[in-house]
Design a protein around this ligand. Structure first.
Ligand code: A3P
Ligand code: MG
Ligand code: MG
Ligand code: MG
Length: 361
């Protein structure tokens, strides 16, 4: 199946959500950053983007049943005292929809409509049927700092990711790793997309340039390889793995799934994601990046080399870290991962090397 209609709707939804978020990022004040119960940040852009994508997908596809697995919830927004914040989010969604010619005659949008659109994202996903998977702002911490973030949307069919779209409004059109002037705000803004079996593509977020096919790096010389990791806490295991591989460059740290996008177009060969705590990975943090990278010729697997399983609901079922690399480098990266884990006593040497993990704290 080609998923042409779904892809067009997803690109439209994600591009509009990126437009909304760019406006918010320019004027965001620290006082407008809320903290969720898990102590992670959330902003009007996270809620607005989720409402917008939900509304656009419904309008464009008019599905009989619409299932969306998305990050944000309306609990706090429905509480007394949130009225002004909610009005602001509603205005953002309205203004962004109004900026799109094809929605010029749309019916007015109330705060309740916006809340309901966000609530559409309550689906649990699973192994049967169609489920849209959305991270309305991925890398909210980066977004708040004025740095990298992404809007990621994917479609799961019978538990498999078949389509992914990712907007990276601050990602340079050229390599993010070679970018010398990090403060440069010019020539940024990429829209990546992929459907299963048809390859991965990128186009500028603004303008009408045609999409270009992307492919992972063909470099096999690890001394020259670059590796990516999350911005927040340095993970000691990552540096042990990099050392074993003979990587000489320091890791490039950036927020969000833009890391997957960077691997998909060959900016870097490796993205490592081991966590310091028992954090459970959600499917919206990986599904768009997963299909874009695999369609670009890369691999995304756990420390045992197993591909990720998106069919088990909101969370990925894997227990160990996530490794994103090229097919050529996969065997040596996995070997280095196994050795580094054994050394740090994260894996028992007597086990059958099938990655049974002792508690990683
Ligand atoms: N302690 C933790 N360990 C690992 N991932 C975490 C985490 N706390 C939050 N996250 C997830 O990591 C995502 C950001 O990834 P990255 O570090 O690569 O930018 C967050 O997405 P959101 O920003 O959408 O909430 C969140 O889902
Ligand atoms: Mg996220
Ligand atoms: Mg998010
Ligand atoms: Mg979040």
């Amino acid at each position: 199946m080609s998923y042409e209609k779904e892809l067009a709707a997803a690109k439209k939804a994600v591009s509009l959500a990126a437009r909304l978020s760019q406006g918010v990022q320019k004027t965001l004040l620290q006082s407008e950053v809320w903290t969720k119960s898990d102590r992670t940040p959330v902003t009007a852009a996270d809620f607005g983007s989720q409402a917008l994508v939900s509304i656009v997908l419904e309008r464009e596809l008019q599905p009989e049943t619409f299932s969306l697995v998305a990050e944000e919830e309306t609990g706090e927004l429905r509480k007394k005292g949130s009225e002004v914040f909610l009005e602001g989010i509603t205005k953002l969604v309205k203004d962004t929809l109004a900026s799109e010619e094809s929605y010029a005659d749309s019916p007015p949008l109330s705060t309740e409509d916006v809340l309901n659109a966000i609530d559409c994202g309550k689906s649990e996903g699973g192994c049967s049927g169609y489920h849209w998977v959305l991270d309305p702002i991925d890398g909210t911490r980066g977004f708040v700092r004025g740095e990298q973030y992404a809007v990621g949307l994917a479609l799961l069919v019978e538990g498999k990711v078949v389509l992914g779209v990712m907007a990276c409004p601050n990602l340079p059109l050229a390599s993010v790793v070679c970018e010398t002037d990090k403060s440069s705000k010019e020539n940024v803004g990429c829209l990546f997309f992929a459907t299963s079996g048809s390859g991965a593509y990128v186009q500028p977020l603004e303008g009408n340039s045609l999409p270009q096919k992307v492919g992972v790096s063909s470099n096999e010389n690890l001394e020259e390889a670059k590796f990516l990791e999350s911005y927040h806490k340095p993970i000691p295991l990552h540096s042990s793995i990099a050392k074993k591989l003979g990587i000489t460059a320091s890791p490039v740290r950036m927020d969000s799934q833009a890391k997957y996008a960077a691997v998909s177009r060959g900016d870097a060969e490796i993205y490592l994601r081991f966590t310091l705590s028992g954090h459970r990975e959600t499917i919206w943090d990986h599904a768009p990046g997963f299909i874009i990278t695999t369609e670009a010729g890369g691999v995304v697997c756990d420390a045992a080399g197993k591909s990720l399983d998106f069919s088990k609901g909101k969370y990925l079922a894997h227990k160990t870290g996530i490794i994103v690399t090229t097919k050529k480098l996969k065997p040596c990266v996995l070997k280095a991962v196994r050795e580094a884990m054994e050394e740090e006593k994260l894996i028992s040497e007597t086990h059958n090397r099938n990655c049974t993990l002792s508690v990683y704290v």
